[in-house]
Design a protein around this ligand. Structure first.
Ligand code: HEC
Length: 98
């Protein structure tokens, strides 16, 4: 195998990994968080609504994580995602707040 094709194989592999990770988060978002954060039902900050997310993000990630995991006002504990890790929640919060 030439140097050039080896590089291409590595690059293609990296792209697949990146795509799989993005898919995982979007699937979790669609299955759980989107139920409320997609429409803004129950006063949930809507996905992509930066103004709504700004004051919440100011609390810092550790506070946001504890609110999702333990439940917060109208949001049920874990945000309906039973197989989400802390890293998943972090990615979901970033995904929704941008
Ligand atoms: C059943 C509806 C519902 C689902 C499902 C849900 N949320 Fe929420 N979420 C809410 C509501 C309502 C609020 C706003 C609570 C308030 O401030 O009144 C909220 C607020 C938040 C906040 C901000 C908390 C704060 O301290 O300001 C974060 C972060 C969050 N949700 C993350 C998530 C994530 C991640 C998921 C998916 C794993 C999720 N939510 C799923 C209803 C939901």
């Amino acid at each position: 195998m030439s140097m050039k094709s080896a590089t291409l194989v590595v690059l293609a592999g990296l792209c697949l990994v990146a795509a799989a990770r993005a898919d995982g988060i979007e699937a979790k978002y669609a299955k759980a968080c989107a139920t409320c954060h997609g429409s803004g039902v129950l006063n949930a900050p809507r996905t992509g609504d930066k103004a709504a997310w700004a004051p919440r993000l100011q609390q810092g990630l550790p506070v946001l994580l504890s609110h999702v995991k333990g439940g917060f006002k109208n949001m049920p504990a874990k945000g309906l995602c039973n197989d989400c890790s802390d890293a998943d929640y972090e990615a979901l919060i970033k995904f929704m707040s941008q």
